[in-house]
Design a protein around this ligand. Structure first.
Ligand code: BTN
Length: 317
């Protein structure tokens, strides 16, 4: 399917004969592949007698060749469709692939979000990226790691032209209250010794319509008003991750704490922290050297951390 899409991605008309010649199949086989493509991808193909076939909207597909030159020398695995790039990264590891490497996909059928939610992942519109790393040196190496990843994603989104993007603890990226990217870290092995971490990043890039997302969202295209080159954005993300992960490895989250707080949209705000049915009201003081949230609750400072926590602004803030 990707071969056919690669031929059509320019948004121009291509005759059935020319497509068949490039793919080495008959015109009837081209017709069948086009129907399968529409079904599998959700894309629309215009069919005009005498002119041939063209995509309703031109697109740029992910291209492994273009993703090879990242500063960390991380190998890319580019997939057409996968359940979850995080799950795929762990499968590559189990089958003998040596970290570091990253997995990107045109779409996910079971994209994983935080707190058991699904990450909506339509075909060829966004970035679904999972970097697999080996982490040595004990649990301390993981302190603040997901917040550091947030700084790298923030830098890549700013570089793409979205100045108004910021962070929300622990690792959401928002523009004017709308979610533009999310991060999910998953760990296998012994965090106290040697383990593997998959750094999963989802960025809404060129998506313009999606009815199934149950929270306010935006995309880079909505913010900058033009189509974004996903290959260039992935390279920018890899470069910023390489930079921030090296700083974190050498100096710990301590060195990045102030940068993180400077980008935190809810610094000083009155918030409600929820863990299931329980909640705590307080004012955001910042984050500590391990990435835990510091809240002022009933006149006292308290720290909170954990993947199941979520933060809301209080109505009266
Ligand atoms: C969140 O809920 O905010 C975290 C979303 C993380 C989504 C990304 S998309 C790439 C990677 N693969 C997944 O299954 N999830 C993460």
């Amino acid at each position: 399917m990707l071969k056919l899409l690669a031929l059509l991605q320019d948004g121009r008309f291509h005759s059935g004969e020319a497509l068949g010649a490039s793919l080495g199949v008959s015109r009837a086989a081209v017709w069948k592949q086009l129907q399968e493509l529409e079904l599998a991808s959700g894309l629309s193909v215009h069919k005009v007698r005498g002119r041939g076939y063209c995509l309703e909207t031109p697109l740029v597909l992910l291209d492994a060749e273009k993703l090879l030159s990242n500063p960390g020398g991380w190998r890319p695995q580019v997939l057409e469709s996968v359940d979850s790039t995080n799950a795929a990264a762990f499968r590559y590891l189990e089958s003998g692939e040596k970290p570091p490497f990253f997995v990107v996909a045109e779409r996910q059928t079971a994209g994983r979000g935080r707190r058991g939610r699904q990450w909506i992942s339509p075909f060829a519109e966004n970035i679904y990226y999972s970097l697999l790393l080996r982490v040595e040196g004990g649990a301390g190496q993981l302190d603040g790691l997901s917040l550091v990843v947030g700084l790298a994603v923030l830098a890549a989104i700013r570089e793409a032209g979205v100045a108004g993007v910021g962070l929300k603890w622990p690792n959401d990226l928002l523009v004017a209250g709308r979610k533009v990217a999310g991060i999910l870290l998953e760990i296998s092995g012994d965090p106290a010794d040697v383990c593997h971490v998959v750094v999963g990043v989802g960025i809404n890039v060129n998506m313009r319509r999606e009815d199934s997302i149950d929270q306010p969202w935006t995309s880079l295209r909505n913010e900058v008003g033009e189509v974004i080159d996903r290959n260039a954005l992935i390279n920018s993300l890899s470069a910023h991750l390489d930079h921030y992960l090296a700083l974190h490895r050498q100096q710990g989250f301590q060195a990045l704490c102030a940068d993180w707080e400077a980008a935190h949209l809810w610094q000083g705000k009155e918030v409600r922290l929820s863990a299931g049915a329980q909640f705590i009201d307080g004012r955001v003081l910042g984050v500590d050297f391990r990435g835990a949230l510091r809240l002022l609750v009933d006149g006292e400072e308290r720290q909170y951390s954990g993947g199941e926590l979520s933060l809301r602004l209080r109505d009266d803030s």
